[in-house]
Design a protein around this ligand. Structure first.
Ligand code: S3P
Length: 172
C-alpha cells in the first residue's frame, strides 16, 4: 500500500526520533532522520557544522536534504526542530506527506535534553530561557501542522499509536 509520508516536526527534545522509531516499526516502513542523513553526507556532527560553518550554512544543507528526502514515498521522516521555519521546507514535505507536530512544555523539553550536549542552540547560560524564547518565535510555525500531539507523560509507543489513529480519522 502506498501511503503518504509521515513527517514529524516539533521542538528539540519533543520526541521526534523516539516516536519516529515506533511509527516506522508499527507501519513497517523506513524512518529517515534528516539530521542523521546530514551528518552522514557531510561527515560531520550537527554541532561541528554549526561551529565551523555557522547556522545559515546548516539551514541551506538542511533544506537541500529535506527536498531530496521529500521525493521518496512510504517513509516516516523526522525533521530537526528548526525545519518548520522555512516555507520551502514545509512545502516540499507536504507535497507527499502529512505533517505531525509533537509538543511539550519548556520544562519537559529541558528535562529531556539536559543529559546531552548535542544541541548547539541550547548551549550557554540559561537553556530554559533559550527554549522559551525559541518556542515563542516558532509556535506559529509548529501550529500549522495537520495534527498536533501533546507528548507529556506518554510513551513513544502510545504517541505513535495515537498518530496512526488520527491519520485514519483524517481520511474518513
Ligand atoms: C535544531 C534542532 C536540531 C538540529 C539543530 C537545530 C533547531 O534537531 O537540527 O541542532 O533549530 O531546533 P532536533 O530537533 O532533532 O534536536
Amino acid at each position: 500500500m502506498i501511503m503518504k509520508n509521515i513527517v514529524l516536526t516539533g521542538f528539540m527534545g519533543a520526541g521526534k526520533t523516539a516516536v519516529g522509531k515506533e511509527l516506522a516499526r508499527l507501519l513497517d516502513v523506513p524512518l529517515i532522520d534528516i539530521d542523521s542523513d546530514i551528518e552522514k553526507s557531510e561527515r560531520m556532527t550537527i554541532n561541528d557544522i554549526f561551529k565551523q560553518r555557522g547556522e545559515t550554512k546548516f539551514r541551506d544543507i538542511e533544506t537541500a536534504m529535506i527536498k531530496k528526502i521529500s521525493q521518496r514515498e512510504n517513509i516516516v521522516i523526522s525533521t530537526g526542530g528548526g525545519a518548520v521555519m522555512k516555507d520551502e521546507n514545509m512545502e516540499a514535505l507536504r507535497r507527499n506527506g502529512i505533517v505531525i507536530c509533537l509538543m511539550a512544555s519548556p520544562e519537559a523539553i529541558l528535562h529531556r535534553v539536559s543529559h546531552n550536549s548535542e544541541r548547539p542552540l541550547l548551549q550557554g547560560e540559561n537553556p530554559l530561557r533559550k527554549i522559551e524564547d525559541l518556542l515563542h518565535v516558532r509556535q506559529p510555525f509548529y501550529d500549522k501542522a495537520d495534527i498536533i500531539i501533546d507528548t507529556e507523560n506518554r510513551t513513544p509507543l502510545q504517541i505513535a499509536e495515537e498518530i496512526i489513529e488520527r491519520i485514519r480519522n483524517l481520511k474518513r
